[in-house]
Design a protein around this ligand. Structure first.
Ligand code: PLP
Length: 420
């Protein structure tokens, strides 16, 4: 019997994109709306598909053991194993890196995967970091754990106080950690002033840019060294995938984090990366509509007698309005509002809405509602909640892309049914 043509040996190993080619050249002239649609596509054979293919494979075939060794240890070696690198995942990394203006991206299995890969990859026992005091719940828990179990100390500062950063620096300080827009009171970090203070002392600035998305803010342009996202939110955009990514201004910092990322193993499945790439193509349109919906809801909620306060950086009285004008190109799709009737009114409101869904997450096409005291900030003491500005009657709205009059009709009937 004739043996089949030998297929177990690949042709010349295919190298990942040369890192120098990932520098922002002509792409930097394009606006984010265009960059989210047009991104580099991997060419692995002679076909040139419009859409990045899904390389749903764990391993890649090898002829040359040296290529294999380089692929195991270098982020730009040949593809050998999908935990270390995969063409679909790499296409996502390149796309977000270009969108954010970075030299490289490192995709992860979740947003928390990005936060923990970056922090554990850059910090060691005995190190100190500075973080803003209002943090995403999962990140706050991680920092508490880093302190308790890994000997990393943390000093908390307001998101708009560069002098507090200067005062907190010790010889052991390695980095400053910020969030562009905080949850749910929507404070906006003064990225230029805060990262400048960090740079004076040789600290890296890491920014969680999830709430802004690269459409509204690109932290590297404001002096940050790393910008990271939960791609489960605006980048994915359809509430159907969990993922994360970190984008780097500097290639050496990227290589350190990439190497640790292989140890931690929080790298994404190719299909998850493919879904995020697909979602990204409509990112700019979705963010634009989400912000426009938030603007109308914020204004009408503020005028409703059942509502005691509205928190959205686009409102003239918001404490971050001046920073938002400098740092953001839109005010975001997340807003908080406090019901005058307290937690009973907030629960009643959530039980009366018919269109908006009561669910965790944000940045998807559908409007989602949550009560921070029962969800993201559950477990905080009354004192901690007061310090974070969260009232018993606070409701968080993460706007989707529905018609705003349908959303408002839903909100209005639920508000009118409350006895405030
Ligand atoms: C959701 C979120 C995260 C965590 O992302 P996951 O994908 O859920 O792990 C981190 N930071 C912010 C600001 C988020 O909204």
């Amino acid at each position: 019997m004739a043996l089949p043509v030998r297929h177990s040996v690949a042709g010349p190993a295919i190298r990942r994109t040369d890192p120098s080619s990932r520098k922002i050249t002509y792409m930097s002239d394009l606006r984010p709306e265009t960059r989210s649609v047009h991104h580099p596509r991997p060419v692995l054979d002679q076909s040139h598909p419009v859409v990045t293919p899904l390389y749903q494979t764990a391993s890649f075939v090898f002829a040359d053991p040296d290529e294999f060794a380089v692929g195991m240890t270098e982020p730009d070696g040949a593809y050998v194993y999908s935990r270390l690198g995969n063409p679909t995942v790499r296409a996502l990394e390149d796309a977000v890196a270009r969108l954010e203006g970075g030299v490289a991206g490192h995709a992860t299995a979740s947003g928390m995967g990005a936060v923990s890969t970056v922090l554990l990859g850059l910090l060691g026992a005995g190190d100190h970091m500075i973080a803003q005091s209002t943090l995403y719940g999962g990140t706050a828990t991680l920092l508490a754990d880093l302190t308790k179990r890994f000997g990393v100390s943390v000093t908390y500062v307001p998101e708009n106080d560069p002098d507090a950063v200067r005062a907190a620096v010790t010889p052991a300080t390695r980095l400053l950690y910020l969030e562009t827009i905080a949850n749910p009171m929507t404070q906006v970090a003064d990225l230029p002033a805060m990262s400048a203070a960090a740079r004076e002392h040789g600290l890296l600035t890491v920014v969680d840019n999830t709430f802004a998305s690269p459409v509204l803010c690109r932290p590297l342009e404001h002096g940050a060294d790393i910008s990271l996202h939960s791609t489960s939110k605006y980048l994915g955009g359809h509430t159907d995938v969990i993922g994360g990514i970190a984008v780097f201004a500097d290639g050496d910092v990227y290589r350190r984090v990439w190497a640790f990322g292989q140890e931690l193993g929080a790298t994404p499945d190719p299909f998850a990366a493919w879904l995020v790439l697909r979602g990204m193509r409509t990112l700019a349109l979705r963010v634009e509509r989400s912000c426009a919906n938030a603007a109308v809801l914020a204004e009408r909620l503020a005028a409703h007698p059942a509502v005691a306060a509205v928190h959205w950086p686009g409102l003239p009285g918001h404490p971050s309005r001046e920073i938002a004008d400098r740092v953001l190109s839109g005010f975001g799709g997340v807003l908080g509002f406090d019901l005058a009737g307290g937690s009973a009114a907030a629960s009643a409101f959530l039980s009366k809405v018919r269109l908006a869904l009561v669910a965790a997450s944000l940045g998807g096409v559908e409007t989602l509602l949550s009560m921070p005291t029962a969800a993201s900030h559950r477990g905080m003491s009354d004192e901690e909640l007061t310090r974070a500005g969260i009232a018993p009657g606070t409701v968080r709205v993460a706007t989707g892309i529905e018609h705003v009059e349908d959303l408002w009709a839903d909100f209005a009937q639920a508000l009118d049914a409350l006895d405030y």
